[in-house]
Design a binder for this molecule. Sequence first.
Ligand code: APR
Length: 252
Amino acid sequence: MQALIQKTAKALVQARNAVALTGAGASIESGIPPFRGPGGLWERMDPMEVAHIDAFRRDPEKVWRLLIQGMQEVLTAASPNAGHRGLAQLEQWGYLQAVITQNVDGLHQAAGSRDVIEFHGSFAWQRCLDCDRRCETHRVDLSRIPPRCSCGGIYRPDCIFFGELIPPQLLERSHQLMARCDVLLVVGTSATVQPAAMMPLLAKETGARVIEINPEPTPLTGRISDFFLQGGAGAVMDDILASVAAMRASTV
Ligand code: APR
């Protein structure tokens, strides 16, 4: 594993356009449960019943009570972990260009990452189903469920539900990044939900080195990923940053 850490650090230091793609596994060490695998939300609930836009429109109160309120509490209590901080440090040192995240928790920005593409939107904002007005979640009166906009419409998180499309401008920017990237760090995603799961394949096609950080193998492992660093995001990123820092020190 140490050899892979060294190879990853060297690839990042030598990269011209390194990008990170993150999923729920990047936030597990911040106390936010994943969707799949041990403790996953979808092990306890059917996503088609609580995370599809049709389910929300059919019964917004049910979705707010079963999914969104619980998420709100967990996300409010969460803070960045070593994995988020490591990616932010790589960006500050100039070794990482951007983070494309499937997460809606805002923890990359809280850790200091500046160029973050929130592929599935952000829980920090709510949007009115009727007038489309956006309001920061912490300013919305959540004592009434479902919460309502001043126009009387129902608020929904400004996140992408199943059955909805990724905003075209985010998809386009992500494709552009994949077309130019020479190193893609894939951190904590099961690589099962499209179109995010397509990004590593696009990067691979344009010759990027794909480096996966995950305790478990995924459909990318052994097929798309060049390196598989088996472990949790926090500990692995700590090791990578220590190796990059040593390389920087030796070139001063
Ligand atoms: N560090 C890194 N990865 C971890 C850790 C950890 N400490 N613990 C678990 N993992 C890995 C799991 O092995 C799994 O591969 O994180 C991944 C979590 O997978 P999912 O829960 O499927 O999360 P994600 O890939 O982000 O899901 C994609 O599905 O339901 C939708 O919109 C939702 O954005 C989400 C999308």
